[in-house]
Design a protein around this ligand. Structure first.
Ligand SMILES: NC(=O)C1=CN([C@@H]2O[C@H](COP(=O)(O)OP(=O)(O)OC[C@H]3O[C@@H](n4cnc5c(N)ncnc54)[C@H](OP(=O)(O)O)[C@@H]3O)[C@@H](O)[C@H]2O)C=CC1
Ligand SMILES: O=C(O)CCC(=O)C(=O)O
Length: 428
């Protein structure tokens, strides 16, 4: 339980296992535990559709730039496709497909009536002015119009997009429909049909699940040290809530590196990505580390909550945390996962830990369809209850089958998706 900064200079560069490869391996591992029609499993290796669009943008200087956008729609047997839109230079078609598969499992694990979708634009949003971001988002909504809708496919925020982007997206879609269609996206500001508590929900669920895992392992939260990579929509609320629960958050990071205080940071004082991007490293802290060093800190709990593929075969042997709670989607490659299993390091998977985001998105969609607004207290209470139900379902599988938390979560999700395929008669 000691906390000390490592002295090595690890490689920050992730290795090249694609999200799709990781997602397929995870599916195969879960399928090996279940008696499911192999045809259904084969079908679930592939997305239903992937839409690739060109998104032209008039830059502020009058020139035209054309960006590539994607929307991957993996499976809709349990309901409309659901999942975020990412604005990031590393977005690829395969990444969107892998992320859309994870959304299918995440929604099934949470038992909410959605399938899996994910999309994004290959762009660095930090290179765009606010007006350019608005024009790009509105045009993306226009390009995706034929494929989305409140009962078809419902996007949401992800890396590089936020509630303002969702408001523009909803407005652009609604203008063409001739009426406000609040339910076409979630993660909007509450004043235009968003749900209270959606902005912090993915981080809140990470903290709730970390708290449950810590209790399950018989640790005391007050004696638990935590390092969090990324201080955005997921990392910041997770760090702050764990701090509020009594844990000691010793390190947090942004894209430029990490701040470290072995006595614990005042997480409410460190600016989040939303408050000021790239401000973490400007914060006055006893030590500055690289993002790679943060991942190898001798802490009890490590929460990767920024980008994918940061825990790889290159650094898995050097990770010193006893518990990893995945805040980001796909932070752990299959090779690293195998190493953690061998080393007895527990990993709570993304599809469980960060599922608070899509769960409150579901609450938002219900509020939009019913033209009702829930109180923040109700959102928090219902989220807590949904997270505990999912946690219990996963723990039951862990105990009855003696599998990892990731395999258990996939088994619960895959059983539900496969049963829906069987009942609907879509297969074979
Ligand atoms: N937003 C959501 O609703 C949900 C998001 N997720 C997943 O969580 C992860 C983070 O998303 P989200 O919090 O929304 O993103 P944000 O854009 O809100 O924040 C990302 C954070 O990560 C930092 N960051 C960016 N690149 C790197 C890097 N290369 N190394 C270390 N830190 C980096 C950013 O730093 P800086 O401020 O300097 O840019 C920022 O602090 C993604 O995997 C996303 O898919 C999962 C569930 C829901
Ligand atoms: O809120 C949503 O619909 C999806 C959020 C998301 O993209 C995710 O959980 O990865």
């Amino acid at each position: 339980m000691a906390s000390a900064a490592p002295t090595s200079e690890p490689d920050d560069e992730p290795t090249e296992e694609t999200a799709l490869e990781t997602a397929r391996r995870q599916l195969e591992r879960a399928a090996a535990h279940l008696d499911v029609d192999p045809g259904i499993i084969e079908r679930l290796h592939h997305p239903n559709q992937v839409h690739r669009v060109s998104v032209p943008l008039e830059r502020d200087d009058g020139s035209t730039a054309v960006y590539t956008g994607y929307r991957a729609q993996h499976d809709s047997v349990r309901g409309p496709y659901k999942g975020g839109l990412r604005f990031h230079p590393d977005v690829t078609e395969d990444e969107c497909i892998g992320l859309s598969m994870w959304m299918t499992w995440k929604c099934a694990l949470m038992d909410i009536p959605f399938g899996g979708g994910k999309g994004g634009i290959v762009v660095n949003p930090k290179d765009l002015s606010i007006d350019e971001k608005e024009r790009l988002t509105r045009r993306f909504a226009e390009e995706l119009r034929p494929f989305i809708g409140p009962t078809k496919d419902i996007p949401a925020p992800d890396m590089g997009t936020d509630s303002q982007a969702m408001a523009w997206f909803m407005d652009a879609y609604s203008m063409q429909e001739g009426e406000t269609q609040a339910g076409v996206v979630t993660g909007k500001p509450p004043v235009v049909g968003g749900s209270k508590g959606r902005d912090t929900a993915p981080g809140r669920s990470v903290a709730i699940i970390a708290r449950e895992a810590i209790e399950h392992l018989g640790w005391d939260l007050e004696d638990t040290t935590v390092a969090v990579q990324g201080f955005g929509s997921v990392g910041a609320p997770a760090a702050r809530l764990l701090d509020d629960y009594g844990a000691t958050v010793v390190a947090v990071s942004d894209v430029n590196g990490a701040i470290y205080d072995p006595d614990g940071l005042d997480t409410h004082d460190v600016p989040t990505h939303e408050e000021e991007p790239e401000a973490v490293m400007k914060y006055d802290a006893p030590q500055k580390l690289s993002n790679g060093e943060l991942l190898e800190l001798d802490v009890d709990v490590l929460i990767p909550a920024a980008i994918g593929n940061v825990l790889t075969e290159e650094n898995a042997d050097d990770v010193k945390a006893d518990l990893i709670v995945e805040g980001a989607n796909g932070p752990t490659t299959s090779a690293a996962d195998a190493t953690f299993e061998e080393r007895g390091i527990d990993v709570v998977p993304d599809i469980l830990a960060n599922a608070g985001g899509v769960t409150v998105s579901y609450f938002e969609w219900l509020q939009d369809l019913n033209h009702r607004s829930w109180s923040l207290e109700r959102v928090h209470d219902e989220l807590e209850s949904e997270m505990l139900d999912a946690w219990t379902a996963v723990c039951e599988e862990v105990e009855s089958r003696d599998v990892t938390w990731r395999d258990a979560a996939y088994i619960v999700a895959l059983e539900r998706v496969a049963a829906a395929h069987e009942h609907r008669g879509l297969w074979p």
